[in-house]
Each structure stands twice: as C-alpha cells, then as structure tokens.
Write a protein that binds this ligand. Structure first.
Ligand code: ATP
Ligand code: MG
Length: 315
C-alpha cells in the first residue's frame, strides 16, 4: 500500500469535503430474544424479546460512512411521518450527518426488522412502499438548492423509488462540474447516463451485462457498458477479489486488503462513501482507488459498526 497517495491531500481537505448523499434510506432493526417454547397457536417458535438494536441502512449508512471519515455529509431523502423516521433522524443526528428529510405522511419509512432467537435469524419483516410524485418533486427542488454547496454527489439506489428524478439530478450536478457517484440497482442503468462513476458489485454488474468467464470478457463488457452510458468510470467491487476500475485509459485492479473478515455487510457502502469523500476533496479516481479498497478491507474486519474513521484509513 502506497501511503503517500494521500499526502497531496491534507486531513483538513478531507474534513472540508462536502458530500451530498441522495437515495433510499432504511432502518435496520434487530430484535433479539429467548426461545423457550413453541406457540400453541401455530407451529412457530415464541420469541421473548429481550434486546433491540437499530441502525441506519441504505443511503443513511452511506452518509454515516462519509461522516465517520470526518467529511461533511448531507442526506437528502424521502421518509414517512412515522416512528421509524424519527428514530432514523435521531440516530443520524448523533453522528453529525445533516439530514434533509422530506416527510410524506402517506409513506411508510422502509424498515427491515430481523427477529433473532437462539443466535439465528428466524424471520425478516420488510415494511415499505413507494413515495408519491409530489414529495419526489419537492426533493428534486431541494436538491437544486443543496447542489452548489457540495463538492460531490452520491446516489444510493436501493430500488425503493426515492430516485425517480435521478437522471435530471445527474445532469444538473455534472453541469456544475461536481463528481457524481452511484451505487446502482436493477437491470436497466440508462437512467445513470453521464455519471462520473457507478459502483456495482459482481452480481449487480452481471444482472446488466450477463456473466463473464474471464477477465478479457469482463473488460469488453464493462467498457462497452461504460461507453454506452457515457460514464467516466465503472468501479466493480469484487468482494474477496478486491476491485477493478474501468476507465477510458483501461482497467486498474487492486487486490482485497482484509486481514480478517468478520462482517461483509455494508462494505460496498463504505467503498462508495470513501470514493465520494476523496473525489470531493480533489483526488482523481486513480488516486482514490487504493484508499477506497483499503476502507473496504478495514470495514469487513469489524463487527457491528459498518464505518471507517480517517485515522484507521491512514494508519
Ligand atoms: N470477503 C472479503 N474479503 C476481503 N475484502 C472484502 C471482502 N468482502 C468485501 N471486501 C472489500 O469490500 C469491498 C466491497 O465489497 P463487495 O464487493 O462485497 O461490495 P457489496 O456487495 O456492494 O457490499 P454490500 O452491498 O454488502 O455493502 C471489496 O471491493 C473489498 O475491498
Ligand atoms: Mg452494495
């Protein structure tokens, strides 16, 4: 690892970087309990809930990662007018993320509730629905106001409908010369046209370009998608294989950095958040690449927290 790659940038520059995160948020909720008996009502275990844990997920986790690195994070998103949205707001407020929540009384804030008994997940319950046009238009209007006071824009697409206006927002950000990073979703990426970089994982890229059997095929497929969408780059995150950056000049590969792997969930969020902070601080994609990979390596070695601090990155 070349630690001098950060040197042209001071920590002060990273702390000054302002990242606007836009996208679908969710509340990850975990209920832990004891299982002592089977229900008399149906052949299912009865869980006596003894402990509850809550975490910001989706775009909220991405914003948390930006803030953990010491940079400025603003989170623009659509939520319901419910208990879960207030919980999310509270969790975010404790971390220095500036929240721009558009509240829609008709919307249920996305919640993923896991019920865990005897160390195993028994069921996951998802609460969600799609935001309406009016609230999305108000979000788009707020985006226009926030854009000039940010250095990079990050879209976290979880396919929940919060990014209906993403194409417009990309065009506006690019017109102002701001780097645009997107964590993509789905099988049609045409709405991401003109972004700076998208960061699919292997399964996500496969859904769009089909499978590849060797690096040569991957290169051809990735470059053709990149050109078709007018992207500066595609950053393919490859779990234990590290990551590959496809640009006009070719492909750069970095190997995975993890010493020990405990918890891989959220590694993709950490990677894109790190890229956004570093691009926002003025680094090139090439310069940011090893750092984003390193951040992914650090976060998979942690239990519970899914963020990396600047000191851990530089250490
Ligand atoms: N098993 C692993 N071993 C080493 N490094 C890993 C591993 N899994 C993830 N990483 C690191 O984290 C980066 C992102 O991981 P991955 O490609 O799994 O993203 P992802 O699937 O989008 O993750 P998620 O959606 O769960 O947040 C990898 O490029 C690598 O640097
Ligand atoms: Mg991901």
């Amino acid at each position: 690892m070349k630690t001098d790659a950060l040197s042209p940038l001071s920590a002060a520059r990273i702390k000054a970087a302002r990242v606007l995160v836009v996208g679908d948020v969710m509340l990850d909720r975990y209920w832990y309990g004891a299982v002592d008996r089977i229900s008399p009502e149906a052949p299912v275990p009865v869980v006596r809930v003894t402990r509850e844990e809550e975490r910001g997920g989706g775009a909220a986790n991405v914003a948390l990662n930006v803030a953990a690195l010491g940079a400025q994070a603003t989170l623009l998103t659509v939520v319901g007018e419910d208990e879960a949205s207030h919980k999310l707001e509270k969790l975010l407020a404790q971390t220095g993320v500036k929240t721009e929540l558009r509240r829609d009384a008709g919307l249920k804030t996305t919640v993923k509730l896991r019920i865990i008994g005897r160390q195993q997940q028994l069921i996951r319950l998802d609460f969600e629905n799609t935001p309406d046009q009016e609230i999305l238009a108000s979000q788009a209007a707020r985006f226009d106001e926030l854009l000039p006071i940010h250095d990079a824009v990050l879209f976290s697409d979880y396919g929940k409908g919060g990014l209906a206006h993403v194409s417009d927002m990309i065009a506006k950000a690019r017109a102002l010369g701001k780097p645009v990073l997107i964590d993509p979703k789905g099988s049609d990426y045409s709405r991401y046209q003109g972004a700076t970089v998208i960061t699919p994982n292997r399964a996500e890229l496969q859904e769009v370009v089909g499978t590849w059997h060797n690096e040569e095929q991957l290169l051809a497929k990735a470059q053709s998608l990149r050109q078709q969408l007018g992207l500066t780059a595609i950053l393919l995150t490859r779990s234990e294989e590290g990551m590959s950056l496809f640009e006009d000049s070719g492909v750069s590969h970095v190997s995975a950095q993890a010493r020990e792997v405990f918890d891989v969930t959220g590694a993709g969020d950490t990677v894109i958040a790190t890229m956004a902070v570093l691009l926002g601080a003025g680094m090139t994609l090439q310069q940011a690449l090893p750092w984003a990979n390193r951040a992914g390596g650090v976060v998979v070695g942690k239990f519970g927290t899914a963020t990396v601090r600047l000191e851990e990155l530089i250490a």
